[in-house]
Design a protein around this ligand. Structure first.
Ligand code: IPE
Ligand code: IPE
Ligand code: MG
Length: 238
């Protein structure tokens, strides 16, 4: 591990890492366990990544935890996921506070169960002055919905003949105020974005790994950062 760490250039750490945490169900199936056990194991990976990101001085991590499309899963799984999230915030909020993490939520609150909503609101409120790291939990998040919501918000205040601009769209995204995404990681060997941060990853480096999310650990993060630092980010220049 030390050897991997020594290959990381501390001056070029990605500011914002976004993760599509995929593969919990397959992890459980491989072990002959219920899918929910995969999600439970996945929540331990979230904790690990929070610590490892802090150590690397990554400024912001976005966790894709529930998509607007995940409502199509059986009710028992959806409810199981909400219960795990409640448990996660109840257990981990004191630790996040202690570590100086600021909790941010991306997504629509509307459809979220009330007991989940109150946890998120409480976590956001009680960490708002923290500045060591931003933990952006994307819950009931869909990128297409986000962009649509943003344009609709702007329309409400729109003056006659006023045109939409990139800056105006950005201002009303759920991620307003977060640093631009530098690195996007998807686990589980799927090569798609599944409606995650489509606007924000315009110039992010994308890394797809075969590891299933519950198995994702420090070594995988270090390898992703090493790979990220090898990339030549040209932003359309030469
Ligand atoms: C990711 O794991 C977690 C969520 C989408 C909530 P999955 O549940 O999608 O796991 P697989 O893809 O079925 O293995
Ligand atoms: C993406 O995973 C959503 C989250 C990780 C929360 P999915 O498992 O829902 O994505 P698809 O259905 O395979 O594209
Ligand atoms: Mg999946």
């Amino acid at each position: 591990m030390e050897k991997l760490l020594s290959r990381i250039d501390r001056n070029r750490i990605p500011s914002h890492v976004a993760v599509i945490m995929d593969g919990n169900g397959r992890w459980a199936r491989k072990k002959n366990m219920e899918r929910i056990e995969g999600h439970r194991a996945g929540s331990l990976s979230i904790e690990r990544l929070m610590d490892d990101a802090l150590d690397l001085k990554i400024k912001c991590v976005s966790f894709y935890a529930f998509s607007t499309e995940n409502w199509s899963r059986p009710a028992a799984e959806v409810n199981g996921l909400w219960n795990l999230m409640i448990e996660f915030f109840d257990k981990k909020l004191p630790i996040m506070i202690e570590k100086g993490a600021k909790v941010h939520h991306s997504g629509t609150m509307k459809k979220l169960p009330k007991n989940v909503r109150t946890r998120i609101e409480h976590a956001v409120e009680s960490t708002k002055k923290n500045n060591k790291i931003i933990l952006n939990f994307c819950l009931n998040y869909g990128s297409q919905q986000e962009i649509t919501d943003s344009v609709n918000k702007w329309i409400e205040t729109r003056k006659e003949n006023e045109k939409i601009t990139i800056a105006k769209i950005e201002r009303n995204l759920y991620t307003n105020g977060l640093p631009p995404v530098d690195l996007m990681i998807r686990t589980s060997g799927e090569y798609r974005l599944s409606n995650f941060l489509l606007w924000q990853i315009a110039y992010a480096e994308l890394i797809f790994v075969d590891v299933l999310w519950p198995d994702f650990g420090k070594k995988d993060l270090y390898n992703a950062v090493i790979e990220y630092q090898k990339r030549d980010r040209r932003y359309g220049g030469i």
